[in-house]
Design a protein around this ligand. Structure first.
Ligand code: HEM
Ligand SMILES: [Cu+2]
Length: 544
């Protein structure tokens, strides 16, 4: 396992293989990553239009209903077509390699789950071109707004939105069954639960959580579709329906969804920090088990999104306490990461920078999260930009940063080549500065009372909005060095050996890129991961 450049890249596939149906988890993983990044660019473009509109207090770029469509689809595409599938792509690529398996448990199901996602994309983006325009009810699609259908057309933006969300739900359930079975059944001999890398723990926890909670949303979406299109009145308050029940069904999944998005990011931090600090992950077992605790606790907090939905006080108290309790296992992780880098010999390569930046922004998101968990505070800032600021520090500042870090870190494994470090650092600097300029101002203007989902605003909020918009445009530009770097390096980057980072992870013992079926002989695992303090190169102890 050295840094020797190799003469050729033996198992490299031609690029057009990634456009075809394949059941190899590595191909599917890269397909997910490529597809979701394209959707990230689309949703980012929608955000740029939103931010262009918000540069000035008055309405000047789009009209109000298009604005509604823009933020609805921005949020929906970012969640269902960027964060989720990008995480699934990484997990697809990494899980079999990390557990010493030849592939996932159900390769065909895996491929079908992937090919459903472009359908979701067509349904959502296509809805902009309908005469009714795209859905306008926000990414949570609350009734009664979402079931009004003023145009009277059977095919309308909301209709396609609901089909898209239900389809994406089916794909995610297939993925969940596949991941849980793979980790449970296909681990290499000796790889007990408490020897598994934290990333595998986070995927297992997130996918169990997903399987448990997702049916609530998929069921809620189908019922909403019936209310919208087939005359039922489950959620129609004017006909004995109850819109609050939809909110429960929605958030029973969509709060845990935050953990389905964030747990893999915690896994990525836990994999990358020890490599670049050359120290074992502090408190490995506690960090691993915390993933599961976060998933369990995450199931009991959803009503913190409904403090203002005529929720009785006893319920507010319960959910306030349960939400604050999540800070315990989450805090354990942050402490463990801090202790891991503490006095380590840090190598500040691009993946490490994205992790450190991501953890810093997560810390900030955690603080505003605890503030929001307090019902009396939330009653004031609910529906303001404070909330939008808080969750963008999670979904962008933490999860998107982690995905970027992961792509840089495993790029040499996926391609057998190295990315360009200077361009990577430029990308990090633009992203970190752009993200903070973009999302920090949302907190002060939120506290001052600026509502979310509005296209024109009181002029007193102008200054912070201009800063936020400039940050957003910087973020838009930050993707350019990334794209250039990835494309150029994938074809012409410096060739590297199997393990350029000197990592102890099992995936680095395979050739880069790994051959079909990954391992010639299934390895036997004898040691805990992250043994960076031991004198010998532990990859030799992972016997084959
Ligand atoms: C790329 C940079 C991004 C920018 C500039 C941006 C900007 C914005 C803005 C200005 C809004 C508020 C719209 C409003 O309330 O009027 C918004 C809403 C939202 N964003 Fe982002 N965002 C970005 C990335 C992301 C990411 C990565 C996610 C991942 C999940 C995301 C998810 C959402 C969601 C769920 C909403 C709420 C939509 C709604 O109100 O229904 N955003 N974004
Ligand atoms: Cu929540």
């Amino acid at each position: 396992m050295t840094n020797q450049p190799t003469a050729s890249v033996p198992f490299q596939r031609p690029w057009h293989d990634y456009l075809k149906f394949s059941t190899d988890h590595k191909v599917i993983g890269i397909q997910y990553l490529l597809m979701s990044f394209c959707f990230f660019l689309v949703a980012g473009l929608l955000a740029m239009i939103i931010r262009a509109e918000l540069l000035t207090p008055q309405l000047d770029v789009v009209d109000r209903s298009l604005y509604n469509g823009l933020f609805t689809l921005h949020g929906t595409i970012m969640i269902f077509l960027w964060i989720f599938p990008a995480n699934v792509g990484l997990a697809n690529y990494l899980i079999p390699l990390m557990i010493g398996a030849k592939d996932v448990a159900f390769p065909v199901l895996n491929a079908i789950a992937f090919w459903l996602m472009p359908v979701v994309g067509v349904l959502l983006i296509g809805s902009f071109f309908l005469p009714t325009g795209a859905a306008q009810a926000g990414w949570w699609s609350y009734p009664p707004v979402s079931i009004q259908n003023p145009s009277g057309n059977f095919i309308n933006g909301e209709f396609l939105w609901l089909l898209a969300v239900a389809t994406s739900g089916v794909s995610s359930i297939m993925g969940g069954v596949n991941f849980v079975t793979t980790v449970w059944k296909l681990r290499a001999p000796g790889l007990t639960l408490l020897k598994m890398p934290v990333y595998v723990w986070t995927i297992l926890s997130a996918q169990i959580l997903q399987l448990f909670c997702l049916p609530a949303l998929t069921g809620g979406a189908v019922m909403l579709l019936f209310d919208l299109s087939f005359g039922t009145t489950f959620f129609d308050p004017f006909n004995q329906g109850n819109p609050i029940i939809y909110q429960h069904l929605f958030w029973f999944y969509s709060h845990p969804a935050v953990y389905v998005m964030a747990l893999p990011a915690f896994g990525v931090f836990s994999e990358i920090l020890p490599v670049f600090a050359r120290k074992p992950l502090f408190g490995y077992k506690t960090v691993a088990i915390s993933s599961f605790l976060i998933a369990i606790q995450g199931t009991f907090v959803w009503v913190h999104h409904m403090f203002t939905s005529a929720t009785p006080n006893w319920m507010r108290m319960f959910f306030m306490a349960s939400t604050m309790l999540i800070a315990v296992p989450t805090g354990i992780k942050v402490l463990a990461w801090t202790a891991t880098v503490w006095r380590g010999s840090l190598r500040l390569k691009t993946p490490m920078l994205f992790c450190l930046g991501g953890i810093l922004m997560f810390l900030f998101a955690g603080i505003t999260g605890i503030m929001l968990a307090s019902a009396p505070f939330d009653l004031h800032v609910n529906n303001t930009y404070f909330v939008v600021g808080h969750f963008h520090y999670v979904v962008f500042g933490t999860v998107t940063m982690a995905i970027y870090g992961a792509i840089y870190f495993w790029f040499p494994k996926m391609t057998g080549r190295m990315y360009n470090e200077a361009w990577g650092k430029l990308h990090f600097a633009l992203t970190f500065i752009g993200a903070n300029l973009n999302f920090f101002p949302m907190h002060p203007i939120g506290l001052q009372g600026m509502l979310r989902r509005i296209s024109s605003y009181d002029p007193e909020y102008t200054a912070w909005n201009v800063v936020a918009s400039l940050g957003a445009f910087l973020l838009g530009m930050s993707t350019l060095p990334f794209i250039a770097n990835m494309v150029a390096s994938a074809f012409q980057g410096r060739r590297v050996g199997n393990n350029p980072w000197n990592s102890l992870g099992l995936e680095w013992t395979t050739p880069s890129p790994p051959p079909e079926e990954n391992f010639e002989v299934i390895p036997t695992i004898t040691v805990e991961p992250y043994g960076y303090d031991r004198p010998v190169d532990l990859t030799t102890e992972v016997t084959t």
